[in-house]
Design a protein around this ligand. Sequence first.
Ligand code: PEP
Ligand code: MN
Length: 347
Amino acid sequence: MIIVLKPDCSEPQLKHILEKITEMGFRHEVSRGVKRTLVGVIGEEDRLRNAPLRAIPGVEDVMSVLKPFKLASREFQEDASVFDLGHGVSVGGGNLILIAGPCAIEGEQVLFEIGRAVKEAGANVLRGGAFKPRTSPYSYQGMGEAGLKILRTVGDELEMPVVTEVMDPRQVELVNRYTDMFQIGARNMQNFNLLSEVGQTNRPVLLKRGMSASVQDLLMSAEYILASGNKQVILCERGIRSFDNSTRNLLDLAAVPNVRGLSHLPIIVDPSHATGRPDLIPSMALASIAAGADGVHIEVHNCPEKAMSDGPQALLPDQYAELVAQMRAIADLLGKTIPAPGDAVTV
Ligand code: PEP
Ligand code: MN
């Protein structure tokens, strides 16, 4: 349910409303928009329908959200969400993030080299996996905590926020010590225990769309994180399974404007995992920005043939730099900003 407050609802009245909601056994989430303040009331649907919310002083209207995702919906929050990722980089509401780096963290030296190159090219978030969700148990599984330490060191040295995947609720506390943003991978998008666990931190979460998940499934998974108390979810379209094996996955570009209509959460695109093909990544990245994405997530390696994972889809630093220049031109055209690490945050 969404409570619309009267325009003249005072702070003490709002406090009273929130206390009443808690007394009734529901949870609440306040959304202060430019025009109105709303209160999302979360709880069991049948009980909510009969709750006497309209009778509380200061309440103008009570509406049920028909969509199954509530806190993630545009009804609950009209204005685009903007999140601060650290080092002056924010995402959403016209701020684009360019996440770049190797698929896996392989060592300090190589991550420094790649990190320096992507930062110089204009990337504003450094990526690298320390826990890798590989299809085969015999493939490289990542460096674990040693990799997280390297990522933190390199991120700090380059003054870039970092993002890395967390695969298991038991790893959340460990990964939280090193990263600026959690990544939940496609294979774990519906690992509801993991979603609730990152939902109990206050760290931004990059939630990737599962390879056979609908747009609604993606938003329902975001809802798990939001309902656990963490408002900072960034969605990522990374391609879905199709019958056509000429690309690794099928990029659902329409998901970008589709999600933007349904939700206030930022949505970015990962053309690397969506296509698996360096010859297609640049055009899909440009199309993503043009389609209204809040950023792109691209794998870059300085020596793809030696990469421990996903080498064949990595862009070389020079190719990435050329692409960033083109993305910048589209961003300028659309009046969007690519924050440079170190800039003042605009949240
Ligand atoms: C990755 O980002 O390296 C990754 C494994 O992505 P996805 O979960 O989208 O396959
Ligand atoms: Mn990868």
